[in-house]
Design a protein around this ligand. Sequence first.
Ligand SMILES: NC(=O)c1ccc[n+]([C@@H]2O[C@H](COP(=O)([O-])OP(=O)(O)OC[C@H]3O[C@@H](n4cnc5c(N)ncnc54)[C@H](O)[C@@H]3O)[C@@H](O)[C@H]2O)c1
Length: 328
Amino acid sequence: MKVVVTGGAGFIGSHIVDGLLAAGHRVVVLDDLSSGSRDSLPAGVETHVVDIVDGQAVAAVFEKERPDAVCHQAAQMSVSRSVREPLFDAQVNCIGLINVLDAAVKTGCKRVVFASSGGVLYGDVTTPAPETTPANPVSPYGITKWVGERYLEFYAREHGLAAVALRYSNVYGPRQNPHGEAGVVAIFCKKLLAGEPATINGDGRYVRDYVYGPDVARANVFALTADLPQIRPGTLTSLNIGTGIGTDVNQLEAMIRQRVADLLAAKNQNSTLPEPLHGPARAGDLRSNLVDASLAADVLGWKPSDSLDEGLQKTAEWFAERAAAERA
Ligand SMILES: NC(=O)c1ccc[n+]([C@@H]2O[C@H](COP(=O)([O-])OP(=O)(O)OC[C@H]3O[C@@H](n4cnc5c(N)ncnc54)[C@H](O)[C@@H]3O)[C@@H](O)[C@H]2O)c1
């Protein structure tokens, strides 16, 4: 099968590219490299550097490639930028999505998988939220993810696409960008590896459902390529992708600090790491957000394979290797 992965040079997209290639599929990446990097991609992957807001350029890529399926990961994904610049957010996340869907249906593409978000759709929930939880997006980013699913449903019905929206919880892992405001695991790994304290917002009692990036990629590969009775032409299937296990930021920081200390000790480096600092609380941060992924287990046969302990270990190792390479 030939798959176009939009945002394929990003954190999650690049793990999806790896997963598709490992399963023997052909992959083409469409990415404007605004936050992604070619370094995240294996050598030789065809990459079109295109902004999804540019409809003609997107159409030209699909005309040339004529994929069987498209995996749409490209997005403006900063909640705070969406609050500051709702127009930009809508251009990338709505107009960009429509450009991709238009090009896909015009060139005979049969299946679309869309990166949605459980975190922004369900709001504050203290028990794992199933897909039937009423959507309550409060930020423009959350609104565009919700609207994105509605467009997907329309294109599925109108053009016979088999569409899947995967509603991720908080995704972490190797290759996540540590420079932004999101990606707390990446930010803490980078700080602690530099011997600096992590800064926790507010009291840190913000509970999230952390799911490992390569596990999320595996869900995408199943949704794109498997012959599954519930994924049918003309329908949208929305599935949560997470662990249902809550961890607060204080616990998370302590776990990462322990992993990083162990890595430094193994290299005979100073492994006494500073206690975290506490900064101001971020306005609008949800207290608790968890998703129930039992439907993904039924429909895709997907379950997360890496525990948070295992995933954090691999992530800390990756950031340590990267820090060593940057120093060399
Ligand atoms: N990381 C999470 O915890 C999380 C949670 C829920 C949903 N998501 C969604 O998953 C998807 C991937 O997120 P990620 O964490 O890998 O982020 P990322 O920033 O690493 O990846 C996004 C990719 O899209 C590309 N891109 C951005 N704007 C583009 C444009 N206009 N045209 C073409 N390419 C563009 C970027 O260069 C990047 O490679 C996004 O749709 C995001 O909204 C992520």
